[in-house]
Design a protein around this ligand. Sequence first.
Ligand SMILES: [Zn+2]
Length: 293
Amino acid sequence: MDFYKECNLGENRPYKEVIEGFLPARADYYKNPEPYNIEPFKIFGNLYYVGDKKVCMHLVDTNKGLILFDSGYSHNFNSLIKSVEKLGFKCDDIKYVIHSHGHFDHFGGGDRLRDLYGAKILMSKADTELLKEMPKRALMELAPEKDAGICWPDETISDGDIIELGNTQIKCVSAPGHTPGTMAFFFDADNGVKKHKVGYLGGVGFLSIYKEFCEQYGLPANMCDVLLGTVDKLRDKKVDIVLGNHPNHNCLIEKREYMLNNPKTNPFINERAWGIFLDSIAKKCADFINKGY
Ligand SMILES: [Zn+2]
């Protein structure tokens, strides 16, 4: 089964249509997120999925503590905590929460992870500075809890930084496009016998690269070109496991289903997937430019 042929990133529609449809499309999830929860599961080795059906969160067990990629929507925080605990981990052991970019749907649980469990919050320097300059860039007006507030990082990260904990080294690479400060992350997942290279492009949605959007939020108008530049820059990375920013980006739900039905195979491991994923982003960008968006 080729998940990358079957999953695509959706058709590009005019900005007005997309922005007007944003809240109605999420009304049900915002009102009651519980039916959107997913049983947490192991992707490979020390890498786990702890997100829901709407937004991805990934946990890495480094043997000297946990690293969490993104903390999701604020209104579904309890499901994140339950997911971590169901896997047999303690939230007290979360040492770092790495926020992929400065939008409300990825940093919503960060403040509570810091306050309740002492986790250190990281986000890119570029997105932190852009949010300080204009907080509305966090898109809180599109959030289920509009007053939840921005989660400010304890430390910022930049291109080339390495986050090290226990057996894990995470390489941070600047990957602008979805936001100017979006980061990509590369590290090894390890099951004690074998290692696989993991790649996470921490921002893929296209709402924020429309010219109208960029104008409204005081961002450069050429974010689509910027994203294309990022795709080119990341293309030579060797990746066996592609992490999604939202589950539809890497067919997470379908792959999980497949994994449950075929326990001897792991559809998350595929050395062609990174290239195909980047190609699909480039194709969307080309269509954006074609349509004058
Ligand atoms: Zn975003």
